[in-house]
Design a protein around this ligand. Structure first.
Ligand SMILES: *Cc1c(COP(=O)(O)O)cnc(C)c1O
Length: 315
């Protein structure tokens, strides 16, 4: 089998350059568990940087000049796609869940500035489109599903797991990441190639998570999915303890995180330490998948002295 380095050398290189930074989580420190934060948030689009790579190659190979995709009004996926489309000279059409009279979000403003055509789709129609997985396309259009969650997306996410394996071999026990559609988890699991366990922390409540199984994660050995750490649910306001944890994490570590994905993942990691889930002396890689652009639209912001301009520019 060809190694990732031969298939997409530039993506492999970017993945290898990402740093792993020791972080302090109170319950993990108390339990003698070492946590390294893999800073994929530094890449433009975080985990979406990986998920878009092979999609854009496929779009080009099929001779399409326009990308079409869908998502919410704060979507990290659409934002990353906007940047990538502009950089690589694609036109972009996005279907956004919501209504034209809604207040424009920072994400949508950036998409407009990047030249994207925005079409609003009401909630029930949006759900139908997602379920059908089909949108009427012109021959020059290439479609990416919500979250970039297709086989090309998974193939890109493999490079995260592969790079961790290159860095640490069997020196880490678990690789933990937030999971939405679960396609990053699936790709990372494949990339790790058995050198460590892959653990997804679902940010979706209940049945919404069943899309994971539609994505085929259910048949993949080497990964686990954890439920029950998503607070009030996807993108919902945070209860006081999680809000306090967010503020303290940023203060202690000098790293900005987003409230929808990475906060939930780190919260789970810390809670699990209290429950005795990790063995003493364990070394864990937690993947910071990015998402800081989406944070701009979030109402409960902790005060921070961290210079977030650099971090936001990196989105
Ligand atoms: C999209 C996203 C995820 C989830 O990725 P999936 O492949 O859908 O599971 C995690 N973190 C951030 C910051 C994201 O934007």
């Amino acid at each position: 089998m060809l190694s990732p380095q031969h298939i997409a050398p530039e993506l492999a290189q970017r993945a290898l350059e990402v740093k792993h930074q020791p972080i302090h989580l109170p319950n993990c420190s108390a339990a003698g568990v070492e946590v390294l934060l893999r800073r994929d948030d530094i890449l433009p689009g975080g985990n979406k940087f990986y998920k878009l790579h092979f999609n854009l190659l496929a779009a080009r190979e099929s001779g399409c000049d326009t990308l079409v995709s869908m998502g919410g009004a704060h979507s990290n996926h659409l934002h990353a796609l906007g940047i990538a489309a502009q950089e690589q000279g694609f036109k972009l059409r996005v279907l956004v869940r919501g209504y034209a009279h809604m207040a424009i979000t920072p994400t949508l403003a950036d998409l407009k500035a990047a030249g994207a055509i925005i079409e609003f789709v009401g909630h029930s129609e949006y759900r139908e489109l997602c379920q059908a997985g089909y949108i009427r396309l012109n021959p020059n259009e290439y479609f990416l599903p919500e979250g970039g969650a297709n086989a090309h997306g998974e193939e890109g996410a493999r490079y995260i797991g592969w790079a961790i394996e290159q860095h640490f071999g069997t020196g880490v026990s678990d690789v933990v990441m937030a999971a939405g559609t679960g396609s990053t988890l699936k790709g990372v699991t494949q990339g790790l190639n058995g050198c460590a366990g892959a653990l997804g922390v679902s940010v979706l409540k209940g049945a919404a998570g069943s899309s994971l199984y539609r994505n085929g994660c259910g048949h993949q050995p080497g990964w686990k999915m954890l439920w029950g750490f998503c607070g009030k649910g996807y993108g919902r306001p945070l209860a006081a303890p999680m809000l306090a944890f967010w503020r303290e994490f940023e203060y202690n570590n000098g790293v900005l995180i987003d409230p929808v994905y990475t906060l939930k993942m780190l919260w789970a990691l810390n809670q699990l330490a209290r429950l005795g889930y990790w063995r003493q002396g364990a070394r864990i890689v937690a993947v910071h998948t990015g998402g800081l652009q989406g944070r701009r639209g979030f109402k409960q912001q902790p005060e921070t002295t961290i210079n977030n301009t650099a971090a936001l520019c990196a989105v």
